[in-house]
Design a protein around this ligand. Sequence first.
Ligand SMILES: [Mn+2]
Length: 277
Amino acid sequence: MSNYAFGDLQGCYKEFLTLLSQINFEPKKDTLWICGDLVNRGPESLNCLTYLYSIKDSCKIVLGNHDLHLIAVNEAARNISADDTFEDVLGSDDVKMLMSWLKSLPFHSIEKIKTQKGEMLFVMTHAGVPPHWDKDQLIKNSNELSEHLKSDNAKEFLKSAFGNTPNHPDKCKTDEDRLRLNLNYLTRMRFYKSDGSLDLTYKGKIETAPSNLKPWFKYELKILENRTHLLFGHWAALNGITNSKKITALDTGCAWGNKLTTIRLEDNSIFSCDKLN
Ligand SMILES: [Mn+2]
């Protein structure tokens, strides 16, 4: 009976199945923590979704930016891009059922787990948790986004949910602004400025980042109370390295030709599968 946390699948279905067989996954006993970006860029988005749906009672899945983009394209709230690879989902007979299931998934997962080092509270989101949010703020803001996504007005919400601004809570003038910023924190965040604003424009390496930019997880994080461990994906260039014992980066860039990784939360064992052809 183990918990396994997986990096971004992004349509890498074969590697996912290979890893599940490597860990002898038993749906009735084990729980899979899936950090979002289930689809896009990789080759088999539909197979990933269909399989995850079939084992959904054994999974804790949070939504990523690519999942949200797929939902928005399906709702005609956004246009498909030339580099999107989820047409298989859009053309599937099951698209309605799969999209309604995706929209029901949360933006965070929190649960206590008994590990070798004692009981730990694990918190997972797709991109991370902004430094100024504690646990209660995470739950409140994440649930608020989910309510909009599940509502009858989901299309209107999605139409206004994408964009790089505002980048600071003090710059939010409307509810739409605040929801967009919170969504960016949870699904797109990488670099953070020392003045507490989000930078979604710099996409380069940490080593060559402008001096006022640091990864969000290098700031003091309110979420990291005693015995809390943070899990996130989204940032393949980190290749699993945060240099923090309390923060685990799960995305090791399978869709980009690197590998898919899962970590057993009870003992921190790492399993990985190189990108297959
Ligand atoms: Mn992502």
